[in-house]
Design a protein around this ligand. Sequence first.
Ligand SMILES: C[C@H](O)[C@@H](O)CC(=O)C(=O)O
Length: 437
Amino acid sequence: MAASPRITRCRTVDLRFPTSRFSIGSDAVNKDPDYSAAYCVLETDSSVEGHGLTFTLGRGTELCVMAIEFLSRFIVGRTLEEITTDMGAFARELTGDTQFRWLGPEKGVIHLAAAALVNAIWDLWARVENKPVWLLLAEMTPEQIVKCIDFRYIDDALSPEEALAILRHNEPTRAERIAFLREKGLPAYTTSVGWFGFSDEKIRRLCKEALAEGWTHFKLKVGGDPADDLRRGLLVREEIGWENKLMVDANQKWGVLEAIDRTTALKPLQPWWMEEPTSPDDILGHARIRRETGVRIAIGEHCHSKVMFKQLMQAGSIDVCQIDSCRVAGVNENLAIILMAAKFGIPVCPHAGGVGLCEYVQHLAAFDYIWASASLKDRVVEFVDHLHEHFLVPTRIERGRYMLPEAAGYSIEIRKESLQEYAFPQGTYWASASTTA
Ligand SMILES: C[C@H](O)[C@@H](O)CC(=O)C(=O)O
């Protein structure tokens, strides 16, 4: 058996992509954001590399790059086998260091950096095994999966024994779900029709095009003028009808009291969910909004740890669990969240609105179906049509469904040409932009 590759170096790239000028509800990103990512490549003493990234939105990416370089000291010099023999211990080592915890714990830039590195290890592992990450997970044993999870702060909600019971219950029928996914793919929804800044005509055109492509679930940004939110929502309803699903996303725009009023005011749209109506840290606030409006609440893209998700589930704050591939510390922590959601009977509808998030999260949604929930009921994976051309294995969407990749790895390797063009600030795009500024 070939020796396990030893990680010799972690290369990092600050990537910034000038995107079409869209905007979303929260003011923080209403100023012409550029999609961006802190990207890392784990070089090894073999020909195989591991690739990972953490998504950012235009500002501060260099801080994530610095944090990745800082944390990579835990990885460089070790063999893949040393790390993957106990992935749970590795995850705790990367996120639980007594000194790094003062930069968190398990939140902020240091946690985003851990996400990029953990995901890069999974990419490397899957490449060595010559499988996509979703299949690497699918072919593990329940015991191997549980060993990837650090239960320290969640065992009051999900114990290792409970996780094992869920996995062992679903193991006998695993093969049929793998076959189904390979044939039918994962149901998805589109966010691409309803960004702020789109004219009515553009929204109508995009809705018509999406319907023709087979989309049945549509997400609209809200959080602007109340009357205009409702007007735009009714416009989308005119185009998609009432049998298709419409979700609304406020991107943390309101305080709790206003969120209750604004969510209630949008009930004529029959929203399938209201997403991020208030601060993602406000667990009790989301419970109150859910209780007082009766509208399904979706949250997760800015929830920084499994502990946040645990509390949202325990407090009755959440109807839809929107995991994000690199907001928490990568695959390991998301396995914990997905299994917790399965225990609480909460559907996982992953967030994927950014650079590489779609490419990443299809693997995690497959894990949920194969091993955790064993159901696709009320489960849709987000899709946005941004920047897939920069990836060697871009997402493949057919009739509103993700068709799973068979290429080895985590689908996150970025083309060399894109790295050369959009590395910041030395990439050819930014070099020419600064000369013309
Ligand atoms: C701004 C990003 O594209 C994205 O994260 C927006 C968002 O909130 C989403 O749900 O997607």
